[in-house]
Design a protein around this ligand. Sequence first.
Ligand SMILES: Nc1ncnc2c1ncn2[C@@H]1O[C@H](COP(=O)(O)OP(=O)(O)OP(=O)(O)O)[C@@H](O)[C@H]1O
Ligand SMILES: [Mg+2]
Length: 926
Amino acid sequence: MLIGREDETATLRAVLDRVRAGGSEVVVVSGEPGIGKTALLQELRSAATGVRVLATTGVEGESDIPYAHLADVFRGAHDDIAALPERQAAALASAFAFGPSVPADRFVISVAVLTLLSAVAARGPLLLVVDDLQWVDRASREALLFVAHRLQAEPVGMVLAVRPRAEVVARLDRFRRIELRGLAPADARRMVEQVRDVRGRADTEALVVGSGGNPLALLELPLARRGRTGLLRRRGTPMPLTATLETLFSDTAHELPGRTRDALLLLAVLGPVPDAVLRLALLGHGLAPEDLDEAVRAGLVVHELGRPDFRHPLVRSAVYQSSASERRRSAHLVAARALDGAAVPNAEERRAWHLVWAGASADEDLAARLESTGDAQLLAADFTSTGHLFQLSALLSDDDATRAGRLVKAAHATRLAGEIDECRSLMVQASGLASDPATVLFLQYLICRLDLWAGDRLQSRDRLLELVRTHEAAGVVLDPYMHSDVALGSVEIGDFSVADDLSAAAVERAVAGGGPVPLGIAVVRAMVRAFLGDPGATVSLEARAGELDVVDPVTTDRDEQVLLLAGVAHLAAEDVERAGTLLQRAVVTARTHGAVGMLPFRLGRLSAFEFWVGDWGMSAAHSHEALTLAGDTGWRGERLHSLLACARTEALTGAAQRCRGHLDEALALAEVERSSAYLATAYAGLASLELASQEVAAAAAAGRRVEDFSRRSGMVDNPLVWWTGDLVEALVADGQVEEAAELVRGRAEVPSARPVLRAVLARCRALVQPDRFLEHVDEAHRWHARARMPYERARTDLVLGRMLRRQRSAGAREPLARALRTFEQLGALPWAEQARSELRASGVRLAAPTRGLSELTPQELQVTLAVARGLSNKEVAGQLFLSVKTIEYHLGKAYLKLGVARRGQLAALLATQAPWVEPAAGHQGP
Ligand SMILES: Nc1ncnc2c1ncn2[C@@H]1O[C@H](COP(=O)(O)OP(=O)(O)OP(=O)(O)O)[C@@H](O)[C@H]1O
Ligand SMILES: [Mg+2]
């Protein structure tokens, strides 16, 4: 029976009610050891009538066996697993070690777990209870968190208990939290009264104070009170609890016979293993299972499901921590031996861990086996556990150079898995081991390159530049990719002059080295030149389109960024269709490989393309996904880009508040990172936001900041940073016509391959030269006709319509109506409003605006558009890492908002509101 804890119990019962009513909720219970988390969870479980409970408990020291705990959760659900889509079923069967081993990345597995949970929940409400989350193996933990973030429409409650100082706690911020503290003194006293040994009031009070109300301490301290009352009586400050309790537990253990203590230590070292393995280990140590009996009598060990286990995790750590390191090492060695060839999941890997903990000297044989298992897995893209294999292999290597090489492999795999901090620390370790100067240099280079996107951009760029300069000065022949990466880093911070020099140097060095210029170098060069407005920027890439089409953008290190950067180069050159093809392929391949570490970059740029061609729903959805994934993976630098990508559509779709929030954060980040390019992009976003809400002075101020940057850096307007049209219009509206005219006159000739920029500049000329207005607008329209950029075309229509309306010309209505239609289709609410009021002023009576796509949340839109493209709910679920139930949920809400009831109606609606969406062949069903 629980003492106290009324509020906490009520909260958890409310979770049960919610789940019974078909909703989902995630709650975190945190608190120090012994505070009563497990007891509270038990209370919850016993109250869960009518709710199916799945549960697992983390085990200290076992957190490196991938998916052990998920396998535990779903041990009774093998039939449900078999009913999943084939790839997911195979992935889970393999991860849970009851089916043949197939490679699968953590993303595939996480999605499969989500599908599985929602399948199980389809039969009735479900409660998932995870105790000691801090010791749940990392792979399971990742999958559980992935699922927790995506539960929406299924009747699933998730309650996670965790110790507060665990690393994982930082990642649970988004969930409701129950913070358990010590029991109230009255409750603590009640509890003490239930413990036999305590008689006098002084003892009781000493306990209440000394325990800080910790129930475990209340229960355990008196049991070993002999001679320790002095400690207990030290009033005022709570005792250093964990240490005290551990000492208590180990004291009990120390009184046991030597053989029992040895057996206990082995049990602590092994963790949960099949009985046969435990027996083998005991025998290997000259012990027998009966040697644990004394520990059972002493209450340290209980038999759970027929096999011995510690009564409390503290006992286990106490036994382990209090053993001399020599004894610990030999226990690990025995465990390793017992696991040799054992029928336990990941036996070889577990064995390797034990060897490492045993401080075993190198075992090159095992190390090499682990490495080749890793190599094989990497090719098949199983990144997280591959990283662990390489790490183990490195630890067991017998010379530093080999070890460094394996650490680099581990780093590569963890980066692909999207664990950037881990990746960096592995590379630092490797560089500490390498002795040959070329390797040292290469590793320094890799670290700088990582930091360009995960750390301080300016500093990393400078370090990389320094590396190149000093080594070249010393006559070292460098890999031209280094120059190219300096160029790339320089683009990131907006230093186009270094970017130009170094990207040219990279090409030069590559040519000097003989053979063709590597694609990776060519794309960076093209990108830099495109930002600088060079009309021939992408000529070299066009010649190599065939090569680009066959690049593997995931598993080969050097080619990994090629598609992305080529996409950006084409985008910057306004070669939009080609950019779209490349970026789409980059995203699709990353998704199918589950290479989540690459997705944020690719989604962010794809969203720029989608914005440009008028697919704003997708653009918003993808930029938001990029933002989430940048956070999930630790690519801190990419958060900045994702924020700006989100702001791009938000500025124009009436999400002003969200937009301002994103821009404020981006401005602050760009300031901290001293990245003038991102600062300029943020100001361009701000200008677009202010102009949309007709704050022309503010728009002009923001636009001027971008213009300044462009003057200093040489960057010209491009689909990624786009401001001149907004700035000129804001200046003119603000009465600064001369400044606007000056700016337009100062613009260099723009090549005809940039039709949208030419159109916008022609429109700008119309604004500053009213006497030649129509002539310039005509020219603008001629350029618009050559390109697919609906938004800017509508802006030109609006400018034309507004001017004609002021001249009281009947011709105003046509361009205004055209502008309105396009703005509405795009969801450009503030602009549609401007067009609407111009139309009204010209005497047109307008119906209320139609309900449209702009009312949908990014996720509803993403789902709606995917469905409209003809994908089944199941297919959409797979692509967006959501459950089918959640897809149905979003779709339902979208139907309501759009006022449609069937897929067919949805398609018809989209045909008018989002004509860019390719309709599906033959819509069927609701
Ligand atoms: N409110 C309570 N009333 C009665 N007994 C309690 C209460 N809370 C905890 N206990 C008892 O105190 C002991 C420690 O609690 P519990 O095991 O739940 O702690 P915990 O927070 O799970 O600790 P750990 O982090 O070490 O797992 C258990 O024996 C439990 O039954
Ligand atoms: Mg517990």
